[in-house]
Design a protein around this ligand. Structure first.
Ligand SMILES: Cc1cc2nc3c(=O)[nH]c(=O)nc-3n(C[C@H](O)[C@H](O)[C@H](O)COP(=O)(O)OP(=O)(O)OC[C@H]3O[C@@H](n4cnc5c(N)ncnc54)[C@H](O)[C@@H]3O)c2cc1C
Length: 374
């Protein structure tokens, strides 16, 4: 006999896991399964830098995406604290602000425009000269012409977050199934989910959260327009203070994210139309140069690791959240979080979980509906 669940989440990256946890925290906890193939299809989540930076991401997707990101940033401190308190895990959440920096007049002008847009939205940000930014982060290059400081933007370690979310779900009694979903088909008694290793489960409701994976699993529902945008990144051993930075710095050619344990993550390239995970020497070199342009002491630091991941992108840059298709009762999508899945996880998860449980979420998901693509 197949195991039966109230809700099966197909895909357990940060979006599937955060959604599962939001459902598990509901007053009447549903019987939950997360079916995830991360041991064979690496999640973008484990490639992410973990920046939680809506102030620097408004170029994509417009107002609705900005608002979702800002709402999610607001949720992050409590989301992190509750996860840490529950699991005892250290997820290296840091709400100590982020700098965007410019090295020439054109870049400074872009920061000016960004400052105007953000203050117009009532966001607390400050424009600084290079010298003012260096007073806070002395390792910044003398070449820096201007900086935009977003004191509330934050970061987390996505690898630690992934482990902590899984631990929380295990403790809350969810089934974490390490397998590959081959198909999901609506039958009279619910959704029959067929697993690649044989067998399957039955669930009243299913949620597809398979990231940028190319296979499509729901019979009778068209594949949504999610495509991979490959990103390469690497990590180095941080130089000793004061040659290193303490906060996230976003420059024109790379971003620099200091992590716990003296590690710095530097990212990330963006390549549409690639779905492989090969890491190119040219990509890493351009990131290294981009990092050294803004923090010169990083030029020769020893590399620790390099990797690539596939961001799940959509044509308008915004995620796909909601009922898969009118008529496909009990099938939901949580896809397309592109460059911001870690940032957006608390808000996307809370809002979609509320809808799945039959209530109206505080966050309006109308701009993110699957049917907006026709
Ligand atoms: C280099 C890089 C840097 C990034 N930096 C940031 C950042 O700083 N901040 C930020 O917010 N975001 C960042 N992102 C984006 C972020 O990583 C993604 O938006 C996010 O991880 C998407 O989460 P997801 O759960 O939708 O997908 P994924 O994390 O890709 O998870 C999908 C899961 O589904 C599983 N799966 C797929 N198909 C199946 C199947 N058929 N059956 C079962 N399981 C399946 C996969 O194995 C995987 O575990 C970055 C991404 C990259 C590549």
């Amino acid at each position: 006999m197949q195991a039966r669940y109230d809700i099966a989440i197909l895909g357990g990256g940060v979006i599937g896991l955060a959604l599962a946890r939001a459902l598990a925290l509901a007053p009447k906890t549903p019987a939950l399964a997360v079916i995830d193939a991360s041991s064979r299809i690496p999640p973008a989540t484990l490639a992410a830098a973990g920046m939680l930076t809506p102030s620097f991401e408004d170029a994509l997707g417009g107002d609705a995406l900005y608002d979702l990101g800002a709402a999610s940033l607001d949720m992050w401190p409590a989301f992190a604290a509750s996860l840490v308190e529950e699991t005892g895990a250290d997820i290296d959440f840091r709400g100590d602000g982020v700098f965007g920096v410019a090295v020439d007049a054109a870049g400074a002008q872009k920061l000016d425009a960004q400052y105007e847009a953000l203050t117009g939205r009532g966001v607390d940000v400050a424009l600084m000269t290079g010298a003012e930014a260096r007073a806070l982060e002395p390792a910044l290059s003398d070449r820096i012409a201007a900086a935009l400081h977003a004191p509330r933007d934050a970061q987390v370690d996505p690898v630690k977050l992934f482990a902590a979310l899984r631990l929380s779900l295990e403790r809350r009694g969810a089934s974490l199934i390490d397998d590959h979903v081959a198909a999901a088909e609506r039958q009279s008694d619910g959704w029959r989910v067929t697993l690649g290793e044989g067998g399957g489960v039955v669930a009243d409701q299913i949620v597809v959260a398979t990231g940028a994976a190319s296979g499509w699993v729901i019979d009778g529902v068209p594949r949504p327009p999610v495509f991979p945008v490959k990103g390469e990144a690497f990590s180095i051993a941080a130089p000793p203070a004061p040659a290193s930075v303490t906060r996230v710095i976003r420059g024109p050619g790379a971003y620099v994210c200091p992590k716990a344990g003296g590690r710095i993550v530097i990212g990330a390239t963006e390549q549409e139309g690639r779905d492989d995970l090969a890491v190119s020497a040219a990509g890493i070199e351009s990131l290294r140069n981009g990092a050294a342009e803004i923090v010169p002491a990083l030029q020769n630091c020893a590399e620790i690791a390099r990797w690539a991941g596939l961001r799940p992108a959509t044509p308008d840059g915004a995620p796909i959240l909601g009922v898969a298709l009118r008529g496909a009762r009990g099938a939901w999508l949580a896809l397309g979080h592109h460059r911001n899945g870690v940032l957006l996880a608390p808000a996307s998860a809370a809002a979609l979980a509320t809808e799945i449980l039959g209530e109206k979420p505080a966050i309006d998901l109308a701009p993110f509906r699957p049917d907006r693509f026709g």
